[in-house]
Design a protein around this ligand. Sequence first.
Ligand code: CTP
Ligand code: ZN
Length: 153
Amino acid sequence: MERTLRISKIREGIVIDHIPGGKSLKVLSVLNIGEKSGYTVSVAMFVQSNRMKTKDVLKIESRFLEKSELDRIALIAPDATISVIKNYEISEKFTVEIPKRILGILKCNNQNCITNGREPIRPEFELLSRSPLVIRCIFCERNMGESEIHSSL
Ligand code: CTP
Ligand code: ZN
């Protein structure tokens, strides 16, 4: 139990906790939150979490998340917990989950894959393994690992 809050409470918005240390900037980038987005963001990075690992915490004011955004976050921070804050109270709290079928949010790395062809086909992957993260394109059966996934998000 922390004695003090590292970053102050927010009135409205979301708190994303238990992001692997250093990955919060990647989470902000997949949410398209930057200089021009107009959101107020608090970031705590490399917070001591347990003996071995550090975590990041993000608080984004006046922003809520869609399903596809939760799926993207799960691919970066599979153990992230999301708290939805309304009027200073937690109105919802849940853990993200990598879906068994990943639809539409990632491009296949294989340039010859039918999903990268001229006729647009929605990419679809199946989750092979959570840790280490491995997914497989259902069209060309190419596997993608964590670093490939993160660079194509
Ligand atoms: N929080 C916030 N603003 C609020 C309410 C909560 O920023 N008005 C944040 C807290 O600082 C915490 C997260 O939302 O980071 C979840 O709140 P809570 O469940 O009360 O905290 P913990 O019990 O510490 O969460 P956990 O057990 O998941 O670490
Ligand atoms: Zn493919």
